[in-house]
Write a protein that binds this ligand. Structure first.
Ligand SMILES: Cc1ncc(COP(=O)(O)O)c(C=O)c1O
Length: 392
């Protein structure tokens, strides 16, 4: 493996008692980040007036500058929100006159619900691109999108995943943005999983809006995300909470959204330093080697299988593997089944991994990070062997 040191001692995760293979859901922070967060909380408690009146805006500015550098964007185009869900909600609120929203069958549930609320509230329609597995090529995805766009000429806004949640697919967003632009469709990229996992160049990408969590793969505490927007929208983009600096610059509007704990934003410099000190290339090499090893064993020894997905569409630090299909669940409908399996894996095996259903099959989404070891993958193989057909 590419790393010469173990990163386990850097983290607060309870490695003694659990096997963690689900970084993708909630992230995890290194101790240095937690230390900085505690420092900020202490400072705010020691002297709240000084923290909020004199220091907070400087911390916010510094965090925005560093976050913008991280995603290769001008700082004017980047503000901070608590999470991708908030960011996309804020963007959608700017477009009450939308006629038809485009989503797809891998769209994250919260985005699907937001589109539905928009429909109920403002009377728009929703069109959906069906993406079936296996996926042979990026061309196939682009065609599935453009077919629906061409059949629904009134689509004027699209929410497109950069990396989908359950299926961990990297969508060919550059090409999809191009197709949206050709048709005057406003393009919002749901990049919840991308910052820290994929090198981003947001000023060059061409999207109208890009929202991405820092708390998944960029080591910030939960409650930190970037919202990038094309300058032409800065005047109409509003945060979900209107506050004192309403009608200010984009940064001013988003800086203050009521009295709150903003320490998650203010730790961004320390979090992104941790990320850059790790080295993206080494992290990739480490994850690649682990996935190759783990997936081979899962397929050979534990009855799992892999659908072919083009290499360019596989997320670097999250991979899916199809679980063995037994007759335990003739119908895979609803998330109650997978939720229960996730709980049972935790309760019976102390194993944390995501289990999802797509296209009538059950999948495991495995995450790898700098703290993941070969022994974690060995444990996963043993658990899958033992849990089939008890759980799957
Ligand atoms: C594709 C996708 N979009 C949006 C979200 C929402 O992220 P958050 O809960 O941080 O708002 C997630 C969360 O996992 C996701 O996977």
């Amino acid at each position: 493996m590419a790393f010469s040191k173990s990163y386990r001692e850097d983290f607060l995760l309870d490695f003694k008692n659990f096997t963690f293979l689900n970084h993708g859901s909630y992230g995890a922070i290194p101790k240095v980040v937690m230390d900085r967060k505690k420092e900020l909380l202490d400072e705010a408690e020691r002297f709240p007036d000084d923290h909020f009146r004199n220091k907070a805006q400087e911390y916010y500015k510094e965090a925005c500058v560093i976050a913008a550098e991280f995603v290769h964007a001008k700082v004017e185009n980047v503000v901070l929100v608590k999470n991708t869900t908030q960011g996309v909600n804020a963007v959608l609120n700017c477009f009450p006159k939308t006629k038809k929203i485009l989503i797809n069958s891998h769209t994250y549930n919260a985005m699907r619900n937001m589109s539905d609320l928009h429909r109920t509230r403002w009377g728009c329609e929703i069109a959906e691109v069906k993406i079936n597995m296996p996926i042979v090529s990026e061309d196939e995805i682009v065609k599935a999108f453009t077919d629906v766009m061409d059949e629904n000429k009134d689509i004027d806004l699209a929410i497109i995943d950069h990396i989908s949640s359950a299926s961990a697919l990297v969508f060919p967003i550059k090409r999809l943005i191009y197709e949206c632009k050709k048709r005057n469709i406003i393009c919002i990229i749901d990049g919840a999983h991308a910052p820290g996992q994929i090198d981003l160049h947001l000023d060059e990408l061409g999207a109208d809006f890009y929202v991405g969590n820092l708390h998944k793969w960029a080591y910030t505490p939960r409650g930190a995300a970037i919202l990038w927007s094309d300058p032409k929208y800065h005047a109409i983009l509003e945060p979900l909470t209107t506050s004192h600096l309403y009608k200010g610059t984009l940064h001013e509007k988003f800086f203050q959204q009521g009295t709150d704990d903003y320490s998650n934003f203010f730790t961004i410099p320390v979090s992104l330093k941790y990320h850059s000190d790790l080295s993206f290339e080494k992290l990739h090499a480490h994850a690649d080697a682990l996935f190759e090893y783990g997936r081979k064993r899962l397929c050979k020894e534990a009855g799992c299988s892999m659908y072919p997905v083009p290499a360019s569409m596989e997320a670097p630090f999250m991979k899916i593997v199809k679980l063995p299909r037994t007759d335990r669940y003739p119908e895979l409908n609803g998330i109650a089944i997978t939720d229960n399996i996730i709980k049972q894996l935790l309760a019976q095996y102390n194993l944390v991994v995501a289990v999802t259903t797509t296209n009538g099959d059950m999948w495991m989404r495995i995450s790898a990070n700098c703290y993941t070891t070969k022994a974690d993958l060995d444990r996963l193989v043993e658990v899958v062997k033992d849990a089939t057909p008890k759980l799957f």
